[in-house]
Design a protein around this ligand. Sequence first.
Ligand code: SF4
Length: 321
Amino acid sequence: MRVVIDHRKGEGRVRHPEKVCRPDNPMARKPEWIRVKAPGHPVYYETHTLMRHHKLVTVCEEAACPNIGECWSQRHATMMIMGGICTRACAFCNVSTGIPLPLEEDEPNRVAEAVTKLGLRHVVVTSVDRDDLEDGGAEHFARVIEAIRNVSAKTTIEVLTPDFLRKPKALEKVVAARPDVFNHNLETVPRLYPTIRPGARYYHSLRLLDQVKQLDPSIFTKSGLMVGLGEEKMELAQVMDDLRCAGVDFITMGQYLQPTVKHAAVARFVTPEEFEEYGVMARAKGFLQVSSSPLTRSSYHADSDFAALQAARAQRLEEGS
Ligand code: SF4
């Protein structure tokens, strides 16, 4: 397949023509409750320098996350391992699509060093989809977890993984490395998968989360949804029920924001009051932890949310004993 060099993203990055040639979707003006401050804090620049020094890719930058100013000024960066080129082309995602580069052997150590220098109590590690690798990158995830544990034993580790579709035994490898939190985002309701997440399968993703609990019930499981893509409230309620049936502990819900005109359009901006309502609904369904707000992202406030998650489990165990 012919590939197109995406010069806006730097030399050598590639995109499939299909992704480049999507029709333009005009970008809607954001409501006032979505506005964030531009990055400018000195610690933000320190975090930026550290990431470049260790040659690390972050989802904060690749996904053009609106929270980067706030998170990086607290040294909270989410590292994206296995490169900045993804083998999928989801309609919501700003990460480049193409043929990824080979894995870098020293990346686990570079991530671990950065975690130490940032002094992180809790770290979130995610990756691009690596359908080109036999195990989808599972072994690499396990190596990163091990490297962090070797240098910073007290840091709790959250992985946000791809779906490992058609990668038998991949999940077992990641679970065997015993991350503290296993996160895999469903992203949207099943009806919208063919247009929003065409390379993925809703029930496969759900089963993945269910299998984590079956393999190791001590690992917290977490999943996230973007709203404002055209989903109905009842569809969200059904997804929450599905996640609870899979034993998922923590749900995050945030507003979808369109990265460029080539991505899916925002169907509507969900109001802060509606996010409150979704949060109430999720808590009533029994999640241990719920984060629901326009700017919620999978890794937003992940450290304090992890502490709350542990406390909620302890309380529930106490109530049940
Ligand atoms: S919310 Fe997550 S992805 Fe966004 S800037 Fe914060 S740590 Fe990075």
